[in-house]
Design a protein around this ligand. Structure first.
Ligand code: G3I
Length: 408
């Protein structure tokens, strides 16, 4: 063989290996890599499921931390910008957009053949200072906020048109049972920015937001996204899942172009677990409304001695128990999603404890260790559980996903 032919043959072998997910020849014939060495995106693809992560562009671009990029590129088929598409990131100064970070994120996804979950068009939090200040001090009134919101949705959805698979159009619009008043309502704690935002916009703003998003982007799937809607409670005034269910059912009955519900799935082991059927029943009730569902921000944190230093607990029996409880929470959410053919994607909110919102958010008492890989990028029980669930699932209970058509 000439040198040139040898080079071509080598290249061909590499291409074949890449396209078969790295299948290597052995004495007994070609064998796929062991399940735990396969990517999450590859394992999930068997079910037509997209497996995603939230991405922090700073970590992705950090040359001192090359593993972060490698994991994002190789493991996931869907990506969500953790912060880069939020209003404060896109329009820090009124009237001046800064698309750079979000555009770089979308370009990264295109390069990696990853679908993008757009996050987020409407959220009372992480608003630019000029806007939250105006809402708080009353210099921005209801009609002005409504006009600003319409412009924001239109500009952002237009800018990214054709590049977004699922948009979180409205995020976390309703209260929690521990807030005041305790009956779930549109808004949040009495006097909070969340409540002012809702009051200024009035009850119809969700319907309008979905209509404005659809007018700007005919093809993206439009989602309502929230946490603590994993399972129905008693159906009473403090049942957030019931409230969200009634809310999206009403939007459907009004002909509002909503395509799906995103269940964030931020779980914590100290509160106990749901079981698979509670979550599966909940997803089913949403999909019975002709909506798709997605698990959009999954993690399962635990109480820690010092969340900023996970190594402190690494050898303790306690941590093993927490890791197993965390793994069980991932398992419940993933199995419930797999069993529903309209559950289109399963996204984790960060994949390594090295870059997770949890330790900075929950400091007293400290919480952490909520991700699939630890802070040194080592696999945890949660990862192994998720890989096993994806590998072992199949007919008759787990069937390929049914694509959702964007609603007009
Ligand atoms: O941008 C500033 C930076 O300039 C400053 O130096 C730094 C110092 O603290 O703060 C930076 O802002 C932080 C921002 O993330 C960007 O990194 C904020 O302090 C921090 O509060 C903010 O946290 C984000 C949080 O949303 C805010 O609500 C988390 O990273 C992000 O993971 C989290 O994501 C949310 C979803 O969007 C919606 N669902 C819940 C989820 C978890 O809270």
């Amino acid at each position: 063989m000439t040198l040139r032919r040898m080079a071509t043959a080598g290249l061909l072998a590499a291409v074949v290996a890449a396209s078969t997910g790295g299948i290597t020849a052995s004495a007994g014939g070609p064998r796929p890599p062991a399940t735990q060495d396969q990517s999450l995106r590859g394992l999930a693809a068997r079910h037509g499921l997209s497996f995603g992560t939230a991405v922090d562009p700073a970590a992705y671009a950090d040359p001192a931390d090359p593993q972060y990029k490698t994991f994002v590129d190789k493991q996931f088929s869907t990506v969500t910008a953790e912060n880069a598409m939020k209003w404060e990131s896109l329009e820090p100064t009124r009237g001046t957009y800064n698309w750079a970070a979000a555009d770089a994120f979308v370009a990264m996804a295109e390069k990696n053949h990853q679908l993008v979950r757009g996050h987020v068009l409407v959220w009372y939090s992480q608003l630019p200072g000029w806007l939250s200040t105006g809402i708080q001090d009353g210099t921005i009134d209801g009609p002005q906020l409504r006009a600003l919101l319409k412009k924001h949705i239109t500009d952002v959805a237009t800018h990214f048109r054709g590049k977004i698979w699922q948009w979180d159009v409205v995020n976390e619009a309703v209260s929690d049972p521990w807030e005041t008043p305790s009956a779930i309502h549109l808004g949040g704690n009495a006097g909070s920015l969340k409540q002012k935002f809702a009051d200024l916009l009035g009850p119809d703003y969700l319907a309008d937001a979905f209509r404005w998003a659809r007018a700007a982007d005919a093809k993206a799937l439009l989602f309502y996204n929230d946490y603590n809607i994993d399972a129905f409670g008693d159906g009473g005034p403090g049942d957030k899942t019931q409230f969200v269910y009634n809310m999206v059912k009403k939007l459907r009955s009004q002909g509002v172009p909503i395509d799906g519900v995103g269940s964030q799935g931020h779980l914590a082991t100290q509160y106990g677990n749901y079981d698979v059927f509670q979550v599966a029943d909940t997803l089913q009730r949403f999909t019975d409304l002709d909506l798709a569902v997605a698990m959009t921000e999954v993690d399962a944190r635990s109480l820690m001695k010092d969340a900023k230093d996970p190594t402190q607990d690494a050898a303790s029996a306690d941590l093993t128990a927490r890791d197993q409880a965390s793994a069980y929470n991932y398992h419940v959410l993933l199995q419930a999603c797999l069993m529903n053919r309209h559950c289109l994607s399963f996204t984790v909110w960060g994949f390594t404890d090295k870059h997770s919102w949890i330790p900075t958010w929950f400091t007293n008492p400290p919480e952490g260790a909520g991700c699939l890989w630890d802070a040194n990028y080592q696999p945890k029980k949660s990862l192994r559980t998720v890989q096993g669930d994806l590998a072992a699932a199949g007919p008759p209970l787990v069937l390929p996903r049914i694509p959702q058509r964007p609603r007009r």
